[in-house]
Design a protein around this ligand. Structure first.
Ligand code: G16
Length: 541
């Protein structure tokens, strides 16, 4: 073990989900070490305890895993559990932390962002409940990173990551484990595998795109080996360091091939994709793309059909920009509905306190109290369990959901890589207008309320301010503006648009056309073109 002198970097503030930077930034001498030591320095009483380490397999994963193991040893952890090959999906990491009562975990991922020598990397710390560290801890990590002057690291040789077994690094034990087994077992406990197996055997054809990312081995084992889906159901199942040059981002832009296949005549009835680290999901049924917001609402309304949720849900939580569709389900079920800031870390307290059972976000994330992360494959399996039990197509299930609850037309427009000052200026100007907006009109729209969302955590009383500008109209429509906290170059402006339509006769309209007036309003109020120089969004989901 040795102590290395270092100097602080000034850019180690964790974002929405840990620290994400370009690989050349992370590759600077001491950069990853400084951050990991700042994490350890922000924690108490971990001596002799267990740390789970894993990542999504992207470029730099193996290097930083070895570093993290050696630093854990030098800092006094008793044991590290690391996924074979350094592979561990984010939900599987959460499960390992919980199941083996680890002190916490380090997850190496930049999620859906591309990977490779010039692309993105990330480090995130999860606490003993299996969830992303709350703001209290991420703030402490950032403060520490600004002062750090040394880190501790073992000089032991690398651990053989590709061989399952027990090793030692100085006095610390290192267990290299099968990253899939415990997770697959958990899924078998939650869902009715027999019913799903029969449903698939009877000819319900599915396709799963693992996007050359971490869910490949999990989806192969669960969908093909345990549920009997034919070989070839899971595509792009080998995790690659650069995700095959693609963005491992399951949406209509980056998973378009899968979408087109499901929509084609003779194509599968249901398709799904997951992201770089396995926590996001996209689901499409023949004839219908299911927005993440709708997916949360439909899953919540039907969750009782799966064994894990047959006793009902305690409550449903969604991030603020997520459509309000799930709130209507909560209201009908007579259970709590919670609106949190963007970031899965805000769901942790609600789940721990038993206030919420299902959580979801517009950013292709859905999950439940089975772990403390969103979970891509879990969402796919819950969909399959519901499809198998109802014996209807995804299209029919969603259509009947809209008929019952009304449809929340929803879209997100992203302006990626814009100038940071321009983005901050746009948000500041919006904030300056908030007080005067109520009562103003634009076409058919009248502003009812406008604010900068602040969250008061009902469990620990903490307050998180400035979480996004919300403009709510008398009709129930909304426009929300936020800056992303996960990008690695410039700023990303997100504009979230939502229109509620109760009339089933109007449920087959084009989404962008239906939202046209809100889109025009967003430009009118924020001056996006003038401030950013962009005439259209980079990505529309
Ligand atoms: C992370 C967070 C999510 C968040 C998403 C987008 O997901 O865990 O809670 O919704 O980023 O955040 P932003 O809008 O700030 O970019 P992931 O899948 O990237 O870890």
């Amino acid at each position: 073990m040795t102590t290395i002198a270092t100097t602080p970097f000034d850019d180690q503030k964790p974002g929405t989900s840990g620290l994400r930077k370009k690989v050349p930034v992370f590759s600077q001498p001491h950069y990853a070490e400084n951050f990991i030591q700042s994490v350890f320095d922000s924690l108490d009483d971990y001596a002799g305890k267990t740390l789970v380490i894993g990542g999504d397999g992207r470029y730099l994963n193996r290097t930083v895993i070895q570093t993290a193991i050696k630093m854990a040893a030098a800092n006094g952890f008793g044991k590290v559990m690391v996924g074979k090959g350094g592979i561990l999906s984010t939900p599987a990491a959460s499960n390992m932390i919980r199941k083996y009562q680890a002190f916490g975990g380090i997850i190496l991922s930049a999620s859906h962002n591309p990977g490779g020598p010039n692309e993105d990397f990330g480090i995130k710390y999860n606490t003993g409940n299996g969830g992303p560290a709350p703001e209290k801890i991420t703030d402490a990590i950032f403060e520490r990173s600004k002062l750090i002057d040394r880190y501790r690291i073992s000089e032991a040789p690398d651990v053989p990551l590709d061989e399952i077994g027990i090793y030692t690094v100085d006095d610390m034990e290192v267990e290299v484990f099968d990253p899939v087994a415990d997770y697959a077992e958990l899924m078998e406990e939650l869902f009715d595998f027999d019913t799903i197996r029969t449903f698939l055997a009877n000819g319900f054809e599915i396709a799963f795109d693992a996007m050359s990312a971490v869910t490949g081995p999990y989806a192969k084992e669960i969908l093909e080996n345990r549920l009997g889906a034919p070989e070839g159901t899971v595509r792009n199942f080998t995790p690659l360091e650069d995700f095959g040059g693609h963005h491992p981002d399951p949406n209509l832009v980056h998973a378009k091939e899968l979408y087109d296949e499901v929509m084609s005549e003779g194509g599968p009835a249901f398709g799904a994709a997951s992201d770089g680290d396995g926590d996001r999901n996209m689901v499409v049924g023949k004839g219908i793309f299911i927005t993440p917001s709708d997916s949360l609402a439909v899953l919540a309304a039907n969750a009782h059909l799966a064994p894990a949720y047959k006793g009902g849900l305690a409550g449903i939580a969604r991030s603020m920009p997520t459509s309000q569709a799930a709130d209507r389900v909560a209201e009908k079920l007579g259970i709590g509905a919670y609106e949190t800031p963007t970031g899965w870390k805000f769901f942790g307290n609600l789940l721990d306190a038993g206030k919420a059972t299902l959580c979801g976000e517009e950013s292709f994330g859905t999950g439940s109290n089975h772990v403390r992360e969103k979970d891509g494959l879990w969402a796919v399996l819950l969909w399959l369990n519901i499809l198998a039990m109802r014996g209807e197509s995804a299209y029919d299930i969603v259509k009947s959901h809209w008929a019952e609850y009304g449809r929340n037309y929803y879209s997100r427009h992203d302006y990626e890589g814009i100038d940071t000052d321009a983005a901050n200026g746009l948000m500041d100007a919006l904030r300056d207008k908030l007080e005067t907006l109520p009562g103003t009109t634009f076409g058919e729209l009248t502003v009812a309320e406008a604010d900068d969302f602040a969250y008061h955590d009902p469990v620990d009383g903490s307050v998180s301010k400035k979480q996004g500008v919300r403009i709510m109209f008398e009709s129930g429509s909304r426009v929300v503006f936020r800056l992303s906290g996960t990008g690695t170059s410039g700023a990303t402006l997100r504009v979230y648009l939502e229109h509620y339509e109760p009339d089933p006769a109007k449920h087959d309209q084009d989404t962008q056309e239906t939202l046209a007036e809100l889109i025009a309003y967003a430009e009118h109020i924020a001056g996006i073109v003038a401030r950013t120089g962009r005439t259209e969004p980079t990505v529309i989901t």
